[in-house]
Ligand binder design. Structure first.
Ligand code: MD6
Ligand code: FE
Length: 212
C-alpha cells in the first residue's frame, strides 16, 4: 500500500505463531516517544556495550525501567534491581501503555513490562543473530518498537543456522514476539544511511520486556 500521506491506519501482519508485526502502530506516539528517549539519554547516556563474546556492539544502548543493564560499558545482562537507580529512569507511562496494549492486541494479555532497552543505530550499525533469553519468564512476550530510519529485520528459527525471513521495519512498526516464537533467532542488517524527519540519521528500537 502506498503511504503518501503517512496517516494510514495500523494493520497487522502475522509472522509466525506467537509473532506479529503491528505496522505503523506507534506512529501517533512516535514524536512523544522520541522526546522521552532524549530525556532518558540525558540521564543515562547511550553507550556501546560488549557482547558476552567480547565484541563491541555497533548499536548504542540506553534503558529505563526497574533494572540496570550490566555494569558501565562492560558485560551483558540485567543488573540487580535499582542497582543504578540514580541513572536508570523509571519507565514512562506512555511507554508502558503502548507496550501493554500492543501485547494485548497480539494475544498476550497481562503483559507487565519492567524494563525497556533502547538501541540506537547509526549507518552501518547492525545486530547479529541472537535469541532473547535472559528474561526469567519466557511465557511473557517482547514488544519491539522501531522508530526513525528503516532497517531490515532478520527473523529466523530456533538454530542460528536456520533460514531467515527478511522484513523491513519502518517508523512506528511494532513487533510482538512470544509464545512458541519467543526463542527464535533474529537480528538487524547494517543500517543504510539516510535522514528521517523525526529521528535524523538514526534508527531507534525499543524492546519492552518482563525481566524478573
Ligand atoms: C532491533 N530487536 O530491532 C533489535 N528482540 O533493533 C530485537 O533484538 C528484538 O525486535 C526481540 C524481539 C523483537 C526484537
Ligand atoms: Fe532481540
Amino acid at each position: 500500500m502506498l503511504d503518501l500521506f503517512g496517516d494510514e491506519e495500523p494493520w497487522a501482519e502475522p509472522l509466525a505463531e506467537g509473532a506479529v508485526v503491528l505496522r505503523r502502530r506507534a506512529r501517533e506516539q512516535a514524536g512523544a516517544i522520541l522526546a522521552q528517549v532524549q530525556q532518558i539519554a540525558a540521564r543515562n547516556p547511550f553507550v556501546h556495550r560488549f557482547t558476552p563474546g567480547g565484541q563491541r556492539m555497533s548499536a548504542a544502548m540506553t534503558h529505563c525501567g526497574d533494572f540496570g543493564w550490566a555494569s558501565e560499558s562492560r558485560g551483558y545482562g540485567y543488573a540487580e534491581p535499582r542497582s543504578d537507580a540514580g541513572r536508570c529512569p523509571p519507565m514512562p507511562a506512555l511507554f508502558r501503555e503502548l507496550a501493554v496494549s500492543c501485547a494485548r492486541e497480539a494475544g498476550f494479555s497481562g503483559f507487565n513490562p519492567d524494563f525497556c532497552l533502547v538501541n540506537r543505530y547509526e549507518p552501518g550499525a547492525k545486530m547479529g543473530l541472537h535469541q532473547d533469553k535472559d528474561e526469567r519468564d519466557l511465557r511473557q512476550p517482547i514488544v519491539s518498537v522501531s522508530l526513525g530510519l528503516p532497517a531490515v529485520f532478520l527473523f529466523g528459527g530456533f538454530e542460528r543456522t536456520d533460514a531467515t525471513q527478511r522484513l523491513l521495519l519502518e517508523h512506528g512498526d511494532v513487533v510482538v514476539w512470544g509464545g512458541p516464537s519467543r526463542l527464535r533467532f533474529h537480528g538487524i542488517l547494517p543500517l543504510k544511511p539516510g535522514s528521517h524527519p523525526d529521528a535524523g540519521a538514526f534508527r531507534y528500537n525499543l524492546t519492552f520486556r518482563r525481566a524478573r
